[in-house]
Write a protein that binds this ligand. Sequence first.
Ligand code: FES
Length: 496
Amino acid sequence: MPRLIRLATAARLAGVTRVALQRKIKEESLPSFEGMVTEEGLLQVYPDIQFDDNTIFEQMTRTKELGLGIRAIERLPNKEVLAARLTALGKELSAARTELARYRSIADGLDERLKAWDDGGEDMQAAAASLRLWMHQELQADAERAGFRNLAIRDIFLRVMAAHVRLQPSGHEFFVEGADTLLEAALRAGLSPTYGCSNGECGQCKARVVSGEVLKVRPHDYALSADEEAAGYALLCSNTAVTDVVIEVGEAQTAADIPFQHVAANVKSIDPLGEDMLLLHLQTPRHDRLRFLAGQNVVLRLGHALAAEFPVAGCPCDDRNLPFHIRKIPGNHFADYVAGKLKVGEAVTLEGPKGDFVLRGASSRPLIFIAFGTGFAPVKSLLEHAMALDAAESMHLYWIVSHEADLYFSNWPRAMAAALDNFRYTPLVVAADMETAAVREASRLDGVLDRIADDYPALSDFDVYAAGPELLIDVARRWLLAHGLPASQLSVGVVR
Ligand code: FES
């Protein structure tokens, strides 16, 4: 019987993204059975899988991490986890050896019994000889199938390096690498499990381990009751996965599932982004992080007098490091303070998250993102989230600006387009003030948006996310609906 492999595991074994495999399945070059593929099918599509060829996968993962601005993880597990994984694999190997020995003895027994048929009639002798020949050829062929051997070796290597986690009831999957906790690995994979302090104090990340083995790698003050321990509960922020595990856990489905929080952060850096933009990087304490969904806004409060709302321009997969894009607007007290007076290390209170401009979880349609000017910030957050999830068949970003100089962060989408084969980037320059054009000469903006229809005449096949000033969002909504996009497939975020 062919061995079935989960898509996430198959992608790691082949050294490609899950999206690349999904494309092969859609093209019908890779057969799938209930979301899984066979070893045989995988080897037919990727016949050159080599044990020592991890470079493509490593490169791709690291580029993605750099692009997402998240800490590149040390991929070696700590020694306790490594020892526990090797012990578990050792037990599996010993069971497999016992089973193999039993099959060998059955094959030998069968061989002996067939030999006994040599005393029978001619027909019986011929049938026995043909059966024995077939059996010997099959046993020999299996030993010579290098592809399967490489796949098995690579599978074992990857299982030592990382454990597979499946969440119930969502079915979401991810891998725990290096010394990451289950919570860190889930966030890195773009998932939104229920959690609070991230520091073993609140107990909100409590989850039931349905199968597999976890190991405590961070101390925690929160005490699980004896009943909870007996039922297999563990804290996601304190434990890592030793073997492949299945975990029952709550996950945020919508923005309404995320509580409103007050978090004291500090300024980590303030850097110019082009001529009139600033990149404000805030960092939260380890024990008090901001839980949010990609695309949401936060109110930044500086002392008692100054406060303003901005979209987080980063991914919840790195919930301690929060970037904000702040335009230097003359006369705007908040922007003036950030540009001239705010210092590294100074306290900033975060209040939020707010807004429901977030990814629609259930859809598997390809994605189009339209960012007008600083609408790029929440769109970047959504893109990073979609990239971390590795579930979108394709993503295309159109960044529409008044003037070339307003593409203040263009290196990022360019680099991501070079690194990911399912991401495209098209900057579009109106060559006039966009908001004035929207009021006085709508045809100029429509002409720019027509570029999207040139690329994708059938917009009804897509989910579209558009962010920008309200006036421009109104233009985009009218244009998109007039070009066949169903209203239910459009999400908009208004930035001021
Ligand atoms: S998130 Fe608070 S204990 Fe884990």
